[in-house]
Design a protein. Sequence first.
Length: 57
Amino acid sequence: MDPDIVSAIYQFGGPTGIVTFLGWQGWKKLSSLERWMNKIDRRLLVIETRLEIGEEE
């Protein structure tokens, strides 16, 4: 990453600064990525639960 970008982010104040720096479009991409990760987490949890139930029988 460009040092100027890094210093700009720190001047804005950490993570919220990154959001400000990226702008709204960047934030929307980030939140959709987060939702996607949550979906994967839920699926893994379901798979784990099914495996545990299968072992008990």
